[in-house]
Design a protein around this ligand. Structure first.
Ligand code: 8YV
Length: 328
């Protein structure tokens, strides 16, 4: 740990209050343009900083970590997901990785429910129709969506965000089903009246809505594969506010186009910011630009967490949000 203020390179523009505090506490180098750093600039940054404050738009793979200078000891990620960071390679080089869990749970769960409702109730189609001057008056059979109350929701991954989604969904009258590595505690299951499915395949065949909330790891890549998506009933919808890699986007697009899945609400994509052009054209797909945690409050709290992680490390303590690879 340096006795001087640590050199912290921040790869993207963060909320003003966070940047101000970083300037006070650290020898902070901010990104005033907010352009994602090029590979060359990232290599240069890891070569000379003590701490890299990264985001999802930085690809921190083993080749980049190879280039790290001996001062780099902490990658303090602004965000909960760390699938863009090779945590094992960083740890092997003595670099700690931290993230910002907890503070974006409720906002991401809110956006998940927003997508469910927007998809089932055709909210975007309706708003677009009004803007296009197509609202010529109320009609009994126009813009019909599907009722939310009473539907069966299948949550894939019942961690913090999955549980927050379940709580909200229960209040909307949905029946909660979930697949997880292991069942949640009896207390939580009773509160949510949730049904545990050991077999993801069996759950998929029986739910009306499926929402994924698992971390992106090699094991969860295409968890909703083409084969599994075909198990869904034709009236089912798919929601993703986690990571694009969890769903085979090409198969999902085909099944939506063929009417074999009724709709999808997606906030994340396999090759962000690129989106499959066929998906963009589908009226039954509600697509958002990765904005699950995009509230002023969440982004300030995420910044605070980055600061706390750097500060505790700087003071010689174990940062509270250290990512342990075995837990991913
Ligand atoms: C963040 C997210 O905004 O935290 C995450 O994992 O997906 C987003 O909500 C993004 O990762 C910031 O780096």
């Amino acid at each position: 740990m340096p006795t001087r203020k640590p050199k912290v390179i921040v790869t993207r523009k963060l909320p003003d209050s966070v940047e101000t505090r970083m300037r006070e506490l650290f020898d902070a180098e901010l990104n005033l343009t907010d352009e994602p750093l090029s590979r060359k600039a990232l290599i240069e940054a890891v070569g000379r900083c003590d701490v890299l404050a990264s985001t999802i738009t930085d690809r921190i793979d083993s080749a980049l970590i190879e280039k790290a200078g001996e001062n780099l000891k902490l990658i303090a990620n602004f965000g909960a997901g760390v699938d863009h960071i090779d945590v094992a390679a960083a740890n092997a080089k003595g670099i700690i990785v931290t993230n910002t869990p907890g503070v974006l749970t409720e906002d991401t769960a809110d956006l998940t429910l927003t997508l469910m409702m927007a998809t089932l109730r055709r909210v975007i189609e309706g708003a677009n129709a009004v803007q296009a001057g197509e609202f010529t008056g109320w009609a009994p059979t126009w813009m019909l969506g599907r009722r939310i109350t009473g539907k069966r929701l299948g949550i894939v991954g019942m961690g913090r965000i999955g549980s927050a989604v379940a709580r909200r969904a229960k209040a909307f009258g949905l029946q909660i089903h979930y697949h997880n590595r292991k069942p949640v505690s009896h207390l939580v299951a009773d509160e949510l009246e949730a049904t545990y499915w050991d077999s993801l395949d069996q759950m998929l065949a029986r739910v009306d809505i499926v929402s994924v909330h698992a971390p992106a790891t090699p094991a969860s890549f295409h968890l909703l594969s083409g084969r599994r998506l075909k198990l869904l009933q034709p009236h089912a919808i798919v929601i993703n506010t986690a990571r694009g890699s969890l769903i085979d986007e090409e198969s999902l697009t085909e099944l939506l186009a063929q009417g074999k899945i009724a709709g999808a609400g997606l906030d994340v994509f396999e090759q962000e910011p690129r989106i499959n052009p066929k998906l963009l054209k589908l009226p039954n797909a509600v697509l958002l630009p990765h904005m699950g945690s995009a509230t002023v409050e969440a982004r300030v709290d995420m910044g605070e967490k980055v600061i706390i992680n750097i500060k505790t490390w700087m003071d010689g303590h174990r940062p509270p949000d250290r990512v342990i690879p075995q837990m991913l």
